[in-house]
Write a protein that binds this ligand. Sequence first.
Ligand SMILES: [Cu+2]
Length: 143
Amino acid sequence: MRGSLWLTVFLACLVAVAVPAAAIAQSMDLAPAGARVGIAQPMNGATVSSPVTVVMTTVYIQVKPAGEVVSGTGHHHLVIDDVPPAAGDVVTNDATHLHFGKGQKEATLDLAPGIHTITAQFADGLHRSYGPQLAHTIVIRVR
Ligand SMILES: [Cu+2]
């Protein structure tokens, strides 16, 4: 009798752990095969003046405002002088991780003079990164 109670508790714990993990795995879709994200402007290696206009592009994935997870869609982020989030990780929201949750494809950045690394990172409606497949990094010099 006591053994079956512990078995019931053990199974209940297993279900509690397993269900949320399965739900997360199902709702985070992989990026469509062949989908890419790019930065059309400025060119990698360019020397530019601040403010810097950054134009973000996508191929085979659709830009959609944040809030709802729809397969094959997402929104842009720019990661400035920092490491882009791994696939599945929520993109931080701070001064160096900018979200374009209204579906914007262009941003104007005030950058200090010097060398800067800018990564366009695409993420789903809940800001979960699609990872390196949908990231593109450039290095620019601000005069
Ligand atoms: Cu976001």
